[in-house]
Design a protein around this ligand. Structure first.
Ligand SMILES: [Fe+2]
Length: 383
């Protein structure tokens, strides 16, 4: 028995960014545009977004304070702006960080509770759930991608607690996701590679998760095949439009897997790592963990992992998955260890403890029992 749910209206393909104003006007009359400090200004996309909203009769307030690995502090600041200005729709413009921040603002700007109540477990062992007053969210992704535009999750750093964790709930599913590959053309090779590996991990994790269904299996299959063929091309030549479009589609397919299955052990481990090492890029951390995942778990579901290996162009054997992944990582310049990324061996105990303390639910999405031994093994073997 399985189920599938995704209520996000999807606008996709070259030129779909032009529909931003029309989509936004359906949900509000004053948008808070949440974006980073640099890329969307440099590429002119922020100005275009403002123009498109104005043409559709939507007022706009801009918040450009989003940093990579977004924090509860940034969300409080943006939510204050949202309340002050009376915004009634939130637009996340950029990569995963602006989109996740937008989701946080849609919640923090409308609830009489601190954002941390939705991020950290309370005395009852539960997190608060975003309610129906959550503002409508529109996401425009400039990477392919984090799939945040299609999920009911936002990954946020709770700074004081030093925890990177998820805000989750159906109320933060974006109303509209705009996936225009033209916005990804300006992503530099390293960003293209890291976000492509994020897509690959969302897919590989969804393929071996308790929420997997025939629908997500099909999506995962498509996403893995597209990443295998087109990620090396887009990294080698960012102007390869066919590759950019294919990766944008891979991000969408992976999003349907992620929104229904969630991440599993790779993401459960990467989040505490980038909470401790705030300069660590999500996709790079995942790249360092991926080979150990294949090595440790392939025997748990040989047919499934063999199929993934075949999609990556290796022989149809589960043992082939690890070398196939290593080859792909090599091709896109992300054949790295956690040590290469600056993670120190003496913090293993702390990362293991944080993974078990804060990401138990993510580990429990594996269809097998996963505990301290597996978490520690993944970490140690990835050093
Ligand atoms: Fe991810």
């Amino acid at each position: 028995m399985s189920s599938f749910f995704n209520p996000v209206r999807l606008a996709m393909g070259e030129g779909s960014f032009a529909e931003l104003g029309v989509h936004t006007a359906r949900y509000g009359s004053h948008a808070l545009i949440v974006t980073g400090r640099e890329a969307m200004q440099r590429t002119g996309r922020l100005q275009q977004a403002q123009d498109l909203l104005a043409a559709a009769g939507v007022q706009a307030t801009v918040f450009t304070g989003v940093r990579p690995n977004p924090t509860d502090i940034g969300i409080r600041e943006a939510a204050a702006r949202c309340r002050e200005r009376g915004c009634d729709v939130i637009l996340g413009l950029g990569g995963g960080s602006p989109m996740d921040t937008a989701k946080g603002v849609a919640v923090a700007g409308t609830h009489d509770r601190d954002i941390d109540d939705f991020l950290l477990f309370g005395p009852d062992g539960k997190k608060a759930k975003p309610g129906p007053q959550t503002l409508p969210i529109i996401c425009v992704t400039s990477t392919a991608g984090t799939s945040s535009q299609l999920t009911p999750f936002a990954i946020i750093n709770a700074e004081a607690a030093r925890v990177k964790t998820s805000l989750a709930g159906d109320a933060i599913f974006p109303r509209v996701a705009i996936c225009d590959p033209e916005l990804t053309y300006s992503a530099p090779p390293r960003v293209t590679a890291a976000t492509g590996i994020d897509v690959l991990c969302h897919s590989i994790e969804a393929s071996f998760a308790s929420g997997a269904s025939p629908v997500t299996d099909l999506c995962v299959e498509k996403a893995v095949a597209l990443v295998a063929e087109f990620l090396p091309r887009a990294v080698a030549d960012g102007s390869d439009r066919e590759a950019r479009r294919a990766l944008s589609e891979a991000d969408i397919f992976a999003g349907y897997g992620l929104s229904n299955c969630g991440g599993t052990i790779i993401h459960a481990l990467e989040h505490p790592l980038s909470a401790h090492y705030t300069d660590l890029t999500h996709g790079e951390g995942l790249a360092a963990l991926l080979p150990a995942y294949a090595r440790l778990f392939h025997a748990q579901s040989p047919a499934r992992f063999a199929h993934l290996a075949a999609l990556l162009g290796a022989g149809e054997s589960s043992e082939q998955l690890e070398p196939a992944l290593r080859q792909l990582l090599e091709k896109v310049g992300l054949s790295v260890t956690l040590g290469d990324l600056g993670v120190r061996a003496d913090c293993v105990d702390e990362i293991v403890a944080d993974t078990l303390r804060y990401n138990r639910g993510t580990l429990d999405r594996m269809p097998i029992s996963v505990g301290e031994a597996e978490v520690r093994a993944m970490l140690v073997e990835s050093m």
